[in-house]
Every structure is written in structure tokens, then in C-alpha cells.
Design a protein. Structure first.
Length: 170
């Protein structure tokens, strides 16, 4: 497996990875998440242009997972990480998170943040195993509060959500 930046021609592949990865939400009674449309190519392209879009590739250099992020309130915020089901349970998501943590550390950022579903096993419980801690509402930055507001407006609060943070060694 290799981690590298996303190529422009691969942006539609990221959408396909996210669609495939989202199928598992159907199994836990969240078909609305499965059926939610992935980010448009134009939005993914902006992450790529900003240098905050990476893929994990297989032996043929084909993307099998991706992660996009942006700096929010002085921390690297993981907007999306998706692993194709054919490559799941091999540590690829964790490797992508560790890669972005290295990038953030080199950029002098003190932490990674993300928002996720609190009770879905491959969401908050998984991120806790990757070194993230749940944040209570008093620890949310203005940017995280805005992200949560947008998520609620999109209907994601039908299921418990949580903000998480992983402190980095700078």
C-alpha cells in the first residue's frame, strides 16, 4: 500500500469509494447515509488543489481509500475518510489518519479533529482506538460548532454525533 496525493483524474473514483464504503450503513439501520450523495467532484477538487487530499493505493497504484481534510481553527480537520470494502479491515484507514497526522505535525498543527457517528462501531469507537478523544460541547471551537450546525441541517443528527480530537506531538 502506498499513500500519495490524489490525481485530478481520480476524483470520480473517490466518489465510487465513498458510495461502496457507505453500503455498510444500510446494515445498521441507516440507509439514508448509504443513499446520501458523495461530495461533488468540484468540492473534492478544491481539497486536492489545497493539498489536503490523499489516497491509499493497491499494488497497481489504484486508489482503494481516501482522506480529505482542511485546517479548521488551527487543527487539521478530517472531513472524510473512506475505505473501499474490498480493502477494509487491513489498517488502511488508520494509515491514512497517521499520514495526515504527520502532515499536520510538519505544518505545526497541534491536533486532528473530526465529527462522526457516536454509536457506529467503525466510527467513534474506531477513532478512539486511533487515539481520538470525544469532545464535550464546552470544548468545541467555533469552526467545529459550525460544522455540527451544517451536519444537523443536513439531517445527520437523526443519530448521535460527536466531535473528536487527536492531539499531536509538535
Amino acid at each position: 500500500m502506498r499513500i500519495r496525493t490524489v490525481r485530478e483524474a481520480e476524483l470520480p473514483v473517490l466518489r465510487a469509494i465513498e458510495r461502496a464504503a457507505g453500503e455498510c450503513f444500510r446494515d445498521v439501520g441507516m440507509p439514508e447515509i448509504t443513499d446520501d450523495e458523495p461530495l461533488p467532484v468540484e468540492v473534492l477538487a478544491a481539497y486536492r488543489r489545497n493539498g489536503h487530499a490523499w489516497v491509499a493505493t493497491d499494488a497497481t497504484d489504484r486508489p482503494i481509500a481516501y482522506l480529505i481534510a482542511e485546517v479548521i481553527d488551527g487543527a487539521m480537520h478530517v472531513e472524510q475518510v473512506s475505505v473501499h470494502p474490498s480493502a477494509a479491515r487491513r489498517g488502511i484507514g488508520r494509515t491514512l489518519l497517521d499520514h495526515v497526522a504527520d502532515v499536520a505535525t510538519k505544518d505545526g498543527l497541534p491536533a486532528l479533529t473530526l465529527t462522526t457517528f457516536a454509536e457506529v462501531p467503525w466510527n467513534a469507537p474506531y477513532y478512539e482506538k486511533c487515539g481520538f478523544q470525544r469532545l464535550d460541547d464546552t470544548k468545541l471551537t467555533p469552526g467545529l460548532r459550525e460544522i455540527r450546525r451544517r451536519e444537523a441541517a443536513h439531517g445527520l443528527d437523526r443519530w448521535p454525533r460527536v466531535c473528536m480530537r487527536r492531539d499531536l506531538k509538535t
